[in-house]
Design a protein around this ligand. Structure first.
Ligand code: A3P
Ligand code: MG
Ligand code: MG
Ligand code: MG
Length: 361
């Protein structure tokens, strides 16, 4: 992968996606320091959404609308709550944040023709419409982007890990994934060291870690999932118990003979940690609430894992299906890990499921 080399497939998309994700990360990091209680809403499914989520989606969709006007976008958020009178304060704040971000000075590698830089503010209506560009239903054919403007909103609100996640799909196959992690240490071996990374993967071109400060002009590190032994293997899992069945993970790791404690991280930062070898297995089994996984929660992470040499599947070992619309369909869970470990994890999941069924008789 070479972001500056236009000879590579998706070179322009990659550069633009990295620039868009970086700007959204700068925005969310700045919001966190100033976030006040009234700047968070509770959605119908009881999950939180902040001015940061809306403004980040406004920024990224505005850039994609300018650079790839024909591409539909499947984005997590929509502007319905911002168009009504009670949403006025939230809307004003989002417009201010989005415009500050879009009109910030150009960085190395960015182009003014992407609609960025001083004098590139947008109107309120343009920004609300940009948020609603994310209303596409998804599907089997054609190009589409999928965006999670803040993945791990609960982690974001706790000041822990979250990620800005953008992926390009063509005929339901992920071709490009970009994940920005403002709070993630650049090196897991130095957790109190510098923070802020962008992860990027392009189909057939590898997976890379860039520095959030200067992703288009700075250094890049190629990522490869290492080989683990039973002693060195550890699980990556959600912090939120409502998002994944953590007791099931405990049983699966027992079956595999894992001795290390699991690492709990919010958001698709788990996929990033996996791709660079901070952890060996990402297991996310459904809690049994009937919740369907959303494509924006896994698209970017899935290509990162694959391009780092790993495998991602559902809990049965079947590939994830991004062709079904905004969700991945019936929820069989997610298993992501190195190629060598994958069959063992699938077998352990099968065994743990059989035990569970037996105990319910
Ligand atoms: N019952 C559930 N089961 C699985 N995932 C859920 C869920 N309820 C919400 N989520 C998703 O879990 C994501 C966070 O995952 P994690 O626990 O790995 O950090 C949320 O993303 P957002 O924070 O973007 O809404 C949300 O989409
Ligand atoms: Mg959400
Ligand atoms: Mg999410
Ligand atoms: Mg989100």
């Amino acid at each position: 992968m070479a972001a500056n080399d236009t000879a590579h497939p998706y070179a322009a998309e990659t550069q633009i996606a990295i620039a868009a994700v970086r700007r959204a990360c700068v925005l969310t990091a700045s919001v966190f320091n100033k976030l006040v209680k009234q700047e968070t809403l509770t959605k119908d499914d009881k999950s939180p959404v902040t001015v940061g989520d809306f403004a980040a989606q406004a920024v990224i969709n505005t850039i994609l609308d300018r650079t790839f006007p024909d591409d539909p976008i499947v984005g997590e958020e929509d502007a319905t709550d911002l168009r009504i009178e009670s949403g006025r304060a939230l809307r004003d704040r989002i417009v201010e944040l989005a415009n500050d971000t879009l009109s910030a000075d150009l960085q190395p590698g960015e182009k003014e023709e992407w609609g960025l830089g001083p004098n590139h503010g947008r109107t309120v209506d343009q920004l609300l419409d940009a948020i609603d560009r994310g209303n596409y239903d998804g599907g089997r054919t054609g190009r589409m982007w999928t965006l999670d403007p803040i993945d791990g909103t609960k982690g974001f609100l706790r000041g822990e890990q979250y990620a800005v996640c953008l992926a390009l799909l063509v005929d339901a196959r992920v071709e490009l994934g970009v994940i920005g992690c403002p709070n993630l240490p650049v090196a897991a071996s130095n957790p109190s060291g510098p923070r802020g990374c962008i992860f990027v993967a392009v189909r057939g071109q590898g997976a890379y870690q860039l520095l959030l400060d200067n992703p288009l002009g700075g250094e890049r590190t190629k990522l490869t999932i290492p080989t683990f032994t039973a002693e060195s293997l550890n699980f990556l899992e959600s912090v939120e118990k409502a998002h994944a069945k953590l007791s099931f993970n405990e049983r699966v790791s027992q079956i595999l003979g894992v001795t290390r404690a699991p690492t709990r991280i919010d958001s698709q930062a788990k996929y990033c940690a996996l791709a660079r070898g901070d952890g060996g297995v990402y297991l996310r089994m459904p809690v049994g609430s009937g919740y369907k996984e959303k494509i924006w929660d896994h698209a970017a992470g899935s290509i990162l894992v694959e391009e780092a040499g790993g495998v991602i599947s559902d809990g049965r070992g079947e590939p994830l299906d991004f062709s079904l619309g905004r969700t991945l369909g019936e929820n069989y869970g997610i298993v992501a890990c190195g190629k060598d470990v994958h069959p063992k994890v699938i077998a352990a999941v099968k065994q743990a499921k059989a035990e569970e069924a037996q105990s319910q008789l």
